[in-house]
Design a protein around this ligand. Structure first.
Ligand SMILES: *Cc1c(COP(=O)(O)O)cnc(C)c1O
Length: 386
């Protein structure tokens, strides 16, 4: 049986009747922009995440852009962000006119390494963007101390980590603004684009609501320049159906990830991240969930050690019909569009650079069957020759 990297139909098919009902409700309401469905979805998201306020946005990218606009980030400012993340994190910083300053990441959690940020902070630094990559919170206690010391705003990129917690607190409630995505491959995957920002600051929430709607308040009066960052009422209504199941989806991901860790870690050549990796014996490094975090496993990402080994495993899995993908093949400080940035912004990030040659994400989506999971495990076993 082929094992895709993700199977959105397997998740959506059982919800078909509920989704049709939601569609019909919006169709008959005739209200397609803002309104009750949008407000209800926002209230339900705020409750799920544990945030004071939630404002829906047209995408995760627009959520990030709106967040930087609301915090007044712009030309002359610098914003610290990881070099190893999806492009949007840094693209939105650049779009405000500010400079994204790329920091290295931790090889165990894949998240921002504060010692690298400390080496790059300047008097122009205005904000820092921890990305809770692959479903796990960044090291937020130390990051918040660092942000307080240098008077930086904290924008969390929670696109991959809805429902994740850090010391029991929801990701997206740990900084000034949290930014979420409902792109179909995210843990709460929509039917098109969608996004959300969260904040515990009522004034900031109001600012974000205005920015989302052309900076307009009252109608046809614009005290600041905003944009059209609105999420469709239809998308909100459909996602309200899926949000009710998100807890179960997350449980499915956690079960799959633990099963992988349990079975793969018994194979010779496979080690857990965290111990010093001995590259003469270690061939695959498994991801780990830190005890203080609730990891929601948007991706289950292996590190494959040794020259050309990642490509070899990738083609072996592809030949067995197993979906896998490289997140991410190029570190952001090496992207062509950032090569004109000041040298200080694009300093070398050795861990990020190494990861781009080692990482390989394998299927961990909640609907993966027990036999599909076993197929992935045995295919990796065959490749290792164990
Ligand atoms: C998906 C993603 C985004 C962007 O979200 P979109 O909804 O696709 O615009 C931003 N940051 C990270 C880390 C992401 O994974």
């Amino acid at each position: 049986m082929p094992v895709p990297l993700l199977d959105v139909n397997a998740q959506n098919r059982p919800l078909e009747q509920e989704l049709i009902e939601a569609f019909t409700r919006v169709l008959r309401s005739g209200r397609f922009i803002l309104g009750d469905e949008v407000e209800a979805f926002e209230a339900e998201c705020a409750a799920f995440i544990g945030a004071g306020h939630a404002v829906s946005m047209s995408s995760g990218t627009d959520a990030l852009l709106a967040a930087f606009m609301a915090l007044g980030i712009g030309p002359g400012d610098e914003v610290l962000c990881p070099a190893f993340t999806f492009f949007a994190t840094a693209g939105c910083i650049a779009r405000t006119g500010a400079v994204p300053v790329f920091c290295d990441v931790c090889p165990v959690t894949f998240n921002l390494d504060l010692s690298s940020a400390t080496a790059r902070v300047t008097p122009r630094t205005k904000a820092i963007v921890p990305v809770h990559l692959f479903g796990q919170a960044a090291e937020m206690d130390a990051l918040r101390d660092f942000a307080a010391e240098y008077n930086l705003q904290v924008v969390e990129d929670v696109a991959q980590s809805i429902g994740a917690t850090y010391h029991g607190c929801g990701c997206g409630t740990l900084g000034d603004i949290g930014c979420f995505s409902f792109f179909p491959s995210k843990n709460l995957g929509g039917f098109g684009d969608g996004g959300l920002v969260t904040t515990n600051d009522a004034e900031l929430a109001e600012k974000l609501r205005r920015i989302r709607n052309h900076g307009m308040h009252p109608r046809y009066y614009h005290s600041s320049v905003g944009a059209n960052f609105r999420m469709d009422a239809l998308q909100c209504a459909l996602l309200r159906v899926k949000l009710r199941h998100l807890g179960d989806y997350t449980t499915g991901r956690v079960v799959n990830a633990n099963y992988y860790i349990d079975h793969l870690s018994r194979m010779s050549g496979v080690v857990q991240a965290g111990v010093a990796v001995d590259s003469t014996t270690a061939r695959i490094v498994l991801p780990v969930a830190s005890a203080r975090n609730r990891h929601v496993w948007n991706q289950f990402t292996l590190r494959v050690i040794g020259p050309d080994q990642r490509e070899a495993l990738k083609s072996h899995l592809a030949m067995q019909g197993i979906g896998c993908e490289i997140y991410y093949p190029v570190a952001l400080h090496h992207q062509e569009c950032f090569k004109h940035l000041p040298a200080h912004a694009i300093q070398t990030c050795p861990v990020s650079e190494a990861l781009t040659h080692e990482v390989l994400s394998i299927p961990v989506y909640p609907e993966l069957s027990a036999s599909q999971r076993d197929e992935v495990i045995s295919a990796i076993g065959v490749w290792l020759g164990v």
